[in-house]
Design a protein around this ligand. Structure first.
Ligand code: SF4
Ligand code: SF4
Length: 93
C-alpha cells in the first residue's frame, strides 16, 4: 500500500483553524514583546506561518502578516525565520 501526503496550500490560508475571540478575549493583550516583520527580507518560505502556535501569521505574495489581536509574543517566528526577517520589539504600554 502506498500512502502519499500532500500539503494543500490555498492562495490565502493554510487549511487549519485560525484564532477568534473566545472567553479570554483578544489574547494579543498578553504580549510583552511584538514581532515585527521586515518584508523586504522575507522570501515567503512559510516557516513562520507553519510554526506559529497561535496560527496568527499569514504569508502572501507581499510577505508575512501578523494578526496582533491574537499574537502572544512567544517569539517562535523569530527563531524559525531563516532570513532573520522578524525581530521582537518591546510592546508599547
Ligand atoms: S510571536 Fe508567537 S504567536 Fe506571535 S506571531 Fe510569532 S510565533 Fe506567532
Ligand atoms: S519565516 Fe521569515 S522568510 Fe519565511 S515567510 Fe516567515 S518572515 Fe518570511
Amino acid at each position: 500500500m502506498v500512502i502519499t501526503m500532500k500539503l494543500v496550500k490555498t492562495e490565502d490560508k493554510l487549511p487549519i483553524s485560525y484564532p477568534s475571540e473566545g472567553a479570554a478575549g483578544k489574547t494579543g493583550t498578553w504580549r510583552l514583546e511584538r514581532p515585527i516583520v521586515n518584508n523586504e527580507m522575507c522570501t515567503r518560505c512559510y516557516l513562520c506561518e507553519i510554526y506559529c502556535p497561535g496560527n496568527v501569521i499569514t504569508v502572501d505574495k507581499e510577505g508575512a502578516h501578523i494578526d496582533y489581536n491574537y499574537c502572544k509574543g512567544c517569539g517562535i517566528c523569530v527563531k524559525v525565520c531563516p532570513k532573520n526577517a522578524i525581530k521582537m520589539e518591546p510592546e508599547e504600554e
